[in-house]
Write a protein that binds this ligand. Structure first.
Ligand SMILES: [Fe+2]
Ligand SMILES: [Fe+2]
Length: 194
């Protein structure tokens, strides 16, 4: 269907990811599948995107940078200074070229899971949210985000942007401009819906 079987994806990831990363990915896939079912999105696509979203997260800056350059992947200048932020973009390209996944919904959702996007599809929002919830599982805030996501993907997406922004600010980590502008776009879209 997406020239890939879920069982094959799981087996492939087992081989490629550390045990912790594989566990996180399975958790994201489970949350994403449940949210997809609730919101009328194909749950299999959501599970595949969840399982594969961090496929290149452990590559390290140099390998990511090399892949971006060798494959002429277009990224913003500031990403080149912090290639780790491109692990979603690289995973999306890697899956397309290496595993033959050509489903744009899946690829877009993987691509935007770190920095968001100015306007996201339901599946993009689901993976963005599920990654946050699957990373902070056990914290009260992640429970709040998940509950909100069952009601409104848009509002939960805004919560993820805002909580991530606050976290980075408190840690005195520089906010990526693309992330900041995507957060602003998300808030604008939500304000016009009311
Ligand atoms: Fe990630
Ligand atoms: Fe992740």
């Amino acid at each position: 269907m997406y020239p890939i079987e879920l069982s094959f994806t799981e087996a492939y990831l087992k081989e490629k990811l550390s045990a912790d990363r594989a566990e996180h990915s399975r958790s994201v896939a489970k949350i994403a599948g449940e949210l997809a079912t609730l919101h009328g999105v194909d749950p299999e696509k959501a599970r595949i995107a969840g399982l594969c979203h961090d496929l290149c997260r452990d590559w390290g800056n140099q390998k990511l940078l090399n892949y971006i350059k060798e494959n002429n992947i277009s990224v913003n200048e500031d990403i080149l200074e912090e290639p780790m932020l491109a692990h979603g973009i690289v995973a999306s390209e890697f899956l397309r070229r290496k595993l033959g996944i050509d489903d744009r919904d899946i690829l877009d959702a993987i691509q935007s899971h770190t920095l968001g996007a100015p306007k996201m599809t339901k599946l993009q929002e689901i993976i963005f949210i599920a990654d946050f919830v699957g990373s902070t599982k056990g914290l009260p805030k992640s429970g709040q985000v998940l509950e909100q996501a069952k009601e409104s993907l848009g509002k939960a997406t805004r919560m993820v942007y805002e909580m991530t922004y606050e976290y980075l600010k408190n840690k005195k980590i520089e906010i990526n401009p693309e992330f900041a502008s995507n957060m602003k776009a998300c808030k604008q879209v939500l304000s016009t819906r009311k």
